[in-house]
Design a protein around this ligand. Structure first.
Ligand SMILES: CC(C)(COP(=O)(O)OP(=O)(O)OC[C@H]1O[C@@H](n2cnc3c(N)ncnc32)[C@H](O)[C@@H]1OP(=O)(O)O)[C@@H](O)C(=O)NCCC(=O)NCCS
Length: 185
């Protein structure tokens, strides 16, 4: 791939619609969260691979909050868009909504951010991806926000790693006062 290649956000945007059938239900009769995650991973892959025009893997997924339960019989729609492109990685933003046909109600289900990495299928090493053409203010905003998230992820990981290394359980026992646990060692 030429380093000067750029593609628009719109060229890889995806919309995936799927009817929530009874086999997707959990023991409580609602759609299983894992089913929704699987669809999110699928649409993230399609979006990333369309932009990169090569095989991509999921490197990380930001936290996923399920805002509303999804019922069997509803139509789930997933909107995916490349927000940010690094050297070999891409952040894909995904918004999920569910629609109740009978009542005509559309509910926000969740939003999350998937980091996908383009991979050479032979060497299995990361490969460069095309840049992103930002045509609208909303695309510039999303790119800047994704860049911030990338920086926060890196600093969060580093801080967490350092805090875990420094953790002395005897010194920190006082933090368990009032917590829902009992020490029996
Ligand atoms: C993701 C993976 C390719 C990264 O490989 P690596 O040798 O660590 O690659 P690098 O350190 O060169 O990083 C490559 C890019 O990935 C990004 N990256 C790597 N690990 C990441 C992570 N955990 N979260 C977010 N981004 C990550 C880097 O920031 C870098 O981005 P950039 O090129 O845009 O600057 C590798 O860890 C892998 O293959 N993981 C398994 C993926 C998989 O199987 N997914 C399905 C899960 S079941």
């Amino acid at each position: 791939m030429s380093e000067r290649e750029f593609r628009t956000v719109k060229a890889s945007q995806q919309v995936l619609k799927e009817l929530m059938v009874p086999s997707y239900a959990n023991f409580g009769g609602k759609v299983h969260g894992g089913q929704i995650l699987s669809l999110m991973d699928k649409v993230a892959y399609t979006c990333a691979a369309t932009h990169a025009r090569c095989y991509c893997v999921t490197a990380s997924i930001d936290s996923v909050d399920f805002l509303n339960p999804v019922e069997v019989g509803e139509l789930l729609t997933l909107y995916a868009s490349v927000n940010y492109v690094g050297s070999s990685s891409l952040e894909v933003g995904i918004k999920v909504v569910s629609e109740d046909f009978h009542q005509g109600i559309v509910k926000a289900t969740n939003t999350s951010y998937f980091t996908m990495v383009a991979i050479d299928e032979t060497t299995r090493k990361p490969v460069p991806v095309p840049g992103l053409v930002l045509e609208e203010d909303i695309e510039i905003k999303r790119f800047l926000e994704a860049k911030m998230r990338r920086e926060f992820r890196k600093s969060y990981k580093a801080e967490l790693r350092d805090a875990r290394r420094a953790l002395d359980i005897d010194r920190e026992l006082w933090r368990l006062d009032g917590e829902n646990c009992r020490i029996t060692r």
